[in-house]
Design a protein around this ligand. Structure first.
Ligand SMILES: [Mn+2]
Length: 367
């Protein structure tokens, strides 16, 4: 071996040896504190704190599969470290497919109204949601943590937060297992896999390389047959009434598709119909809306490059309600008082969205 090569190899070997000694030293001196900091989202200090209080994991109101999967994944991860928690949600569980998911993967959650008094003194961890959003209505006290993948429309203060703009909140939770090198059980893996698939619309919406990587991570541990079965049974026959009404009421303006469902319709079904409307070749931005109790709920989908569904609905409903969300999917609500002042709600919605689009792109929607 030439002397130069021998010397280089020797130096590299010594450097590797020194790095190993240094890592061993750090692990010994800082023990858990060091490991927690680098391997998992919460430091040991946070986890010790969680043991002194009640811990609630909150999904957004009218939770979807990604919200429940994230909450359940986190609940089981905390349980691994000896911390018990309760999953809470606002609104109701609207879809029978969501009930199937909860049953299939053994997930339990309580309506938030069952615990309202307890939140002020508890640890409240938000998943798939953020404070001050229209889809999360409750008073949490000071001890709030947030894990989410939505854009932030209104700043809030958290003890700790992990907000990344990826396709699914489930992907972020999977990454915690990966980083902490913890093997998840089959139910957790299946729930997270399903949540990831649903929120990215089977990797067709807002999907990032990180989501694909995390899907790969979770795939080998999940019951994929169960996941695809629930995934393929989203609709109920009664949903076709809403589909029928929506199809009859489609109005197009350029590449915008608007549709009104003139009866009470669950927000998750409005979202499914908005996806359906967007799947037509002509429609690049779909807005489907329906009355729910006293308010008007809207679901917005967008596949136009450079235009954000979240920004559009946020601008369009400013002053009459609120809304926000991802660039590709978003939602909003028009308040009861605003509806009462409108002569023609459908015309007003169309006008506001076209104006918001013009503001964002400085152009009119193309045909
Ligand atoms: Mn989500």
């Amino acid at each position: 071996m030439p002397p130069l090569s021998f010397t280089t190899n020797g130096i590299i070997a010594q450097i590797v040896f020194l790095i190993k000694v240094l890592i061993d030293f750090l692990l010994t001196v800082f023990s858990d504190e060091f490991l927690w900091y680098y391997c998992f989202m919460f430091t040991k200090k946070h986890l010790e704190h969680f043991k002194t209080k009640k811990v609630f994991i909150h999904t957004h109101d009218f939770p979807d599969p990604d919200a429940f999967a994230s909450a359940y994944g986190l609940q089981e991860l905390l349980r691994y470290y000896g911390i018990e928690s309760t999953i809470c949600y606002g609104g109701v569980i609207e879809r029978s497919s969501l009930l199937s998911m909860l049953k299939a993967f053994d997930i339990t959650g309580d309506p938030r109204t069952d615990h309202t008094e307890e939140f002020l003194d508890a640890v409240n961890i938000l998943v798939d949601s953020q404070l001050n959003n229209s889809n999360l209505v409750f008073t949490p006290g000071e001890d709030v943590y947030c894990i989410d993948h939505h854009p932030t429309f209104s700043d809030a203060t958290y003890i700790w937060s992990d907000i990344r703009h990826v396709g699914a909140c489930s992907s972020i939770i999977i990454s915690y297992y990966k980083e902490a090198n913890i093997t998840m059980n089959q139910n957790v893996a299946s729930a997270l896999c399903y949540g990831l698939k649903m929120d990215t619309n089977d990797f067709n919406r807002g999907c990032t390389g990180f989501d694909i990587e995390m899907f790969n991570e979770v795939f080998e541990f999940c019951d994929y047959e169960k996941v695809t079965y629930i995934n393929h049974n989203q609709l109920e026959l009664s949903d076709f009434e809403a589909f029928k009404a929506a199809i009859n009421n489609i109005t197009t303006k350029g590449h915008f598709g608007f549709s009104y469902i003139p009866f009470q319709c669950p927000s998750t079904l409005i979202a499914i119909i908005s996806d359906f409307l967007l799947s037509t070749e002509e429609v690049k931005i779909s807005i489907v809306y329906s009355k729910l109790d006293d308010v008007m709920k809207l679901s917005v989908r967008c596949e136009e490059k450079g235009v954000s569904a979240g920004n559009l609905v946020h601008d369009a409903l400013s002053g009459i309600g609120n809304g926000g969300g991802h660039p590709t999917m978003a939602g909003g609500v028009i308040f009861k008082e605003s509806l009462a002042q409108m002569d023609n709600v459908e015309d007003e919605i169309i006008k506001r969205f076209l104006d918001a689009y013009k503001k964002e792109t400085s152009s009119l929607p193309s045909v």
